[in-house]
Design a protein around this ligand. Structure first.
Ligand code: GBH
Length: 446
């Protein structure tokens, strides 16, 4: 693990914005309050056996009740942007149809609370918590789901469009496709490679329809997707490993970037699809036009690169964090940012997630000395700044995460926050990394 944390003598431009990110199901709790309908994560976590320790998000970090204290925390850290997500089933308990005003009011309070504190709200409309009622109607395997999402987006634009400057459509469609529908490790827990590709197409269509609905609503801000990207490097110096890495890049990155930013699926990936692959039937002629509706920015989430062997398997080349999937390679962030500019043009970028889990334990004085997190953030921020200095239009950086929270299938066992949450008392304690991040954000120096 990285341990060097000293200053690097670097300075960020005045315009660069530092922020923090969270998501609804991971922090809000209040799962049955004020008319919220169940989502697939309620079902999945309550089913038993799906989440470590059978944890669930019923209470989480109780942010639904403690939001004002949490926004004070964001302010005290000197941050200029806060990225959160909106729970679809709080706003529309059955996913489509009747609006739950109390749910909408929560997000009004949150957004107004941010603005009062001088913090720019960045709202994600879908961070994996699909209303269960829509899953019962086929979920993302059903093409109608794209339209339901656009209808929901329209409700949000109508209620919050005048005060949210930045909208993100979907958080990490790739994770829904791979982890929700191929590996079955996330809700809805399916292991169906063919269905997963249909889901990919419907998610992309949902993104495009929501962008179109935003334009039709008289867009007062900016909109884009949030994609988790992983540079794919050959694990060995051979042509076969290079070829395998290129294909992996297609599956990890281009499958989402190309339709949105270039208007077509990557040819080498389409070639891999069998002639009877259901996704071929799912793609209609006009869909790619919708999917490639111009976006205002691209939100990038970076955690790790992948290394690919000549047989197409992934290999471990770098040390990992306590998450076994996370190999640590800060230069990968520089590589992905500069690559976007090279291959997709000079689009404004924001980093909406980057972080590391640490086995944080308070010491005798109650302090949490998360040195590996400081080292990780320092080295990734340096890589981001290097990209800025080489001409990439990177505007902001959001650490994942503001708070320890419900880490999906890992439950509460993995702590990703710069703030420690004691789940018995709900007391928040800024870790050493939070103090460090405050200094970076307020001095702009690394
Ligand atoms: C992000 O996903 C999420 O947006 C965020 O909600 C989450 O809390 C954060 O990262 C930290 O994980 O168990 O082998 O199937 C990052 C991408 C995709 C990485 C799912 C972990 C599970 C791998 N994640 N993946 S595995």
């Amino acid at each position: 693990l990285p341990t060097a944390t000293g200053p690097l003598g670097l300075t960020f431009p005045d315009t660069f914005v530092f922020g923090a990110a969270t998501s609804a199901y991971q922090i809000e709790g209040a799962a049955a309050e004020d008319g919220r309908g169940p989502s697939i994560w309620d079902t999945f976590s309550h089913a038993g056996g799906n989440v470590r320790n059978n944890d669930n998000g019923d209470v989480a970090a109780d942010h639904y009740h403690r939001w004002a204290e949490d926004l004070d925390l964001v302010k005290s850290l000197g941050l200029g942007s806060y990225r959160f997500s909106i729970s679809w089933s709080r706003v529309l308990p059955t996913g489509a149809g009747a609006v739950n005003q109390k749910g909408l009011d929560f997000y009004k309070r949150l957004v107004d609370g941010l603005r009062e504190r001088g913090i720019a709200p960045m709202a994600t409309m879908f961070h994996w918590d699909l209303p269960q009622a829509l899953q019962d109607r086929g979920g993302w395997e059903n093409r109608d789901c794209a339209g339901w999402f656009a209808d929901y987006a329209e409700v949000l634009y109508g209620a919050l469009g005048d005060r949210v400057p930045t909208w993100l459509t979907l958080n990490e469609p790739k994770t829904v496709v791979q982890v929700g529908y191929r590996y079955g490790v996330h809700a809805p827990g399916k292991q169906d490679a063919r269905a997963s590709l249909v889901v990919a197409h419907h998610l992309l269509l949902a993104h495009g329809l929501a962008v179109q609905a935003y334009r039709a609503s008289g867009d007062k801000g900016r909109i884009g997707p949030a994609l988790n990207l992983s540079p794919a490097y050959p694990a060995t110096d051979s042509d076969s490993a290079r070829r395998a890495a290129l294909l992996a890049d297609g599956v990890e990155n281009r499958l989402y970037l190309d339709p949105i930013l270039k208007g077509g699926y990557p040819g080498d990936i389409v070639e891999q699809w069998a002639p009877d692959e259901p996704v071929r039937a799912a793609i209609r002629a006009e869909d790619l036009k919708v999917i490639s509706s111009p976006v205002d920015l691209l939100a990038v989430q970076y955690y790790n690169p992948i290394y690919v062997t000549s047989s197409g398997d992934q290999a471990q080349v770098k040390p990992t964090s306590v998450a076994s999937w996370q190999q640590i390679h800060p230069d990968g962030l520089f590589d992905i940012l500069t690559r976007i500019k090279r291959d997709y043009g000079d689009i404004p970028l924001t980093i909406t997630e980057n972080g590391i889990p640490v086995d944080d334990v308070p010491d005798a004085d109650g302090k949490i000395n998360d040195t590996p997190r400081i080292a990780f953030l320092r080295d990734h921020l340096a890589a981001a700044l290097r990209a800025v200095q080489s001409g990439v239009r990177l505007e902001s950086y959001h650490v994942w995460s503001l708070l320890d929270n419900f880490e999906w299938a890992e439950g509460y066992a993995q702590r990703w926050g710069i703030t420690y949450v004691d789940y018995r008392t709900q007391k928040r304690t800024p870790k050493a990394s939070a103090e460090w991040y405050r200094t970076v954000a307020t001095t702009r120096r690394l």
